[in-house]
Design a protein around this ligand. Sequence first.
Ligand code: PCA
Length: 212
Amino acid sequence: MRSAILVVGFEPFDGEAINPALEAARKLDGRWFDGYEVVARALPVVRGACLERLAAAIGEFDPAVILALGQAAGRMEITPERVAINVDDYRIADNAGGRPVDEPVVGAGPVAYWSTLPIKAMVRAMLDAGVPAKVSNSAGTFVCNHLFYGLMHALAAEGDIRWGGFIHVPCLPEQAARIGGQPSMALETMVRGLEAAIGAITAALSAAVITP
Ligand code: PCA
């Protein structure tokens, strides 16, 4: 039985020195949840390269679940994403200077993929833990959506054996203090929320008829 949960977090981008997604992933690294060990990896905020790094990490750990994390400035809650769409339409350049407009993530790929994580149960668990959370219906059209779509495309090609999905997290207070006018969430609160979300995933795994 596969017993790893791969948590990937993006590196800083858009002139930031930190990315809460990566900070949170590092805090979760090595933690155990119901017999599943979290293994964390950083991903570059670069079209294509992030998917190559993700594929290498999946090859390394053979995880049952892949949970990708990214920062969404302006959001007030931890937001599991419902759907990844087949478009790269970048508002800003990625960390390699790439700025595709209206291009597909995967040429001739389907329009969209659903998350295969139990997003409603994850939100419920986070709210029960006292952490603001909400389902999001758009992961945007930047590198986070690119990664999410590429991940779900790869998992579908495998036959949807493993579970995968994406969560956007708010800025950290130190980022909001610098930028101004942004909602934020303390790292400890974020990690507590993500622990609850992972708990909801492992609860669903133990209830599943076929486990990844
Ligand atoms: N957030 C960006 C890309 C990297 C990250 O953490 C996004 O939402 O696309």
